[in-house]
Ligand binder design. Sequence first.
Ligand code: NAD
Length: 296
Amino acid sequence: MAAAIIDGKAFAEGLRGRVAAAIPAFAAAIGRAPGLAVVLVGEDPASQVYVRSKHKATVAAGMESFEHRLPATASQAELIALVERLNVDETVDGILVQLPLPAGMDEKAVIAAIDPAKDVDGFHVINSGKLAVGDADALVPCTPLGCLMLLKDRLGDLSGLEAVVIGRSNIVGKPMAQLLLQESCTVTIAHSRTRDLPAVVRRADIVVAAVGRPDMVKGDWLKPGATVIDVGINRVATEDGKGHLTGDVDFASAADIAGAITPVPGGVGPMTIAVLLRNTLVAAHRRAGLEAPKGL
Ligand code: NAD
């Protein structure tokens, strides 16, 4: 194995520590800690796990965590009414509606109901528009912002590098491409209709894989020395029935060719919640008319 391992777990712990360190000054200035409201609709088991870990991390950072659970039978109007109450609640700085929503609910309409200043997931069209035009005020989706932090920590200046983002979702692929463009990378977005994906990936100094296909990107697709960020979280079956997690990159073959690579688990995954806390802290400062702490 030639590649250095990019330790997202350690970086995320550091970020969470920096966020926690900034809370007392905010609380002293405003009279309360920043607050994050998480809304979960229905009983999706993976979503329940995510919401629980978000709650624990929020409390551990010294922020206020507000959990709201609605039954799967709740109507879209009830959900939007809850979001509207949270929009005007002064103690709430961030609102996150856990996706996916139960079938029949219109995710776009629900996200559109969130106050963009409290949209700590960065999914509101106002925030994606701000990101697209390079407005520093944008709240940026947590997973791609976490990937960018790892890349800058590893590579420093990204200017002029060839970056290939595999996947064009609104949650990961598209905002990732926007962030890399802002860093003056030459960006290609590859997706399910891309022709000769291995040849496209072979051009890249930076590869970000956000596909949802276990071990798809092979070592011989990579330019030697490339930096590889594996966003994929795929649970694959094992003979003992327990299953295990794997990324979108075939780690064993990629680690022989890449210069640096994120593992799964322990790479991008832990960054997402850490950036959520960072976004909540930033949103809280902006809403209070305070300058957000630097270096987050
Ligand atoms: P998505 O299903 O919305 O998008 C997948 C993208 O991959 C699509 O744009 C599609 O065009 C592309 N694609 C599909 N098959 C392809 C192929 N054969 N070749 C090239 N491109 C192909 O998924 P998403 O929400 O962007 O998530 C992607 C992965 O990242 C999933 O494994 C998900 O679990 C993971 N994820 C991880 C985190 C985290 O915190 N680490 C956060 C979000 C998503």
